[in-house]
Design a binder for this molecule. Sequence first.
Ligand SMILES: C[S@@+](CC[C@H](N)C(=O)[O-])C[C@H]1O[C@@H](n2cnc3c(N)ncnc32)[C@H](O)[C@@H]1O
Length: 201
Amino acid sequence: MRHFVYFSSKAVTSGKALSGEKGKGDLMKAGRMDIAIHSIISAFFLSHAFRKDVKMHLVFYGPPDPPKHIEMQIKDELEISKKDVGNLIKKILYKYTPGKKKEVLPGCFIEKKSFLGVIDELMNEGKKIFILDKKGKSIRKETIPENSVFVIGDHEGLPAKELKRLKKIATKISVGPKMYFASQVITIVNNELDIREAERS
Ligand SMILES: C[S@@+](CC[C@H](N)C(=O)[O-])C[C@H]1O[C@@H](n2cnc3c(N)ncnc32)[C@H](O)[C@@H]1O
């Protein structure tokens, strides 16, 4: 399983906030939810297929009730369309129940958990943590074990305070010399892992 952790300091944390006034939500105004949506599409969608070997962790710190951790994995029973990922996130946020990690739709969980809390849990499960950073070591030169975790920031990057702690436990890797969109980074990492898997088989 490949794990992507997408951090957003501004993405809204309730279904109502994502709906906006009179249900006409503007994804750009919902803390750049458009970036989260593009990242989900890059994580899961292939031409005529889904990636079932990916878990996406979205950690949102925007108003009104941060932090929220949404965990998503593609299951056969999950209704997901590239055109409607925003609505799917809205449904998941609406179904949040305080004090619980709840499977609100097939393969989709929501809970209140901090960014470092999510990373700590994955690390305690024995997974290797990689921070995606333009200045990191080239991904092509790095050994990447199965079940690795890739941490990616939104348009504002990763939070400075948490990053300080994260650097002690994680390895910084780069996917190239340009600053890419979060969704493009996910595509490149998936592609790199696809190539390695194909070479092994
Ligand atoms: C649009 S970039 C963030 C730009 C933000 N202004 C900053 O300085 O971090 C979104 C995320 O993609 C990842 N990223 C962008 N370019 C990358 C690269 N060349 N290698 C690895 N990760 C990259 C980083 O995790 C970054 O937080």
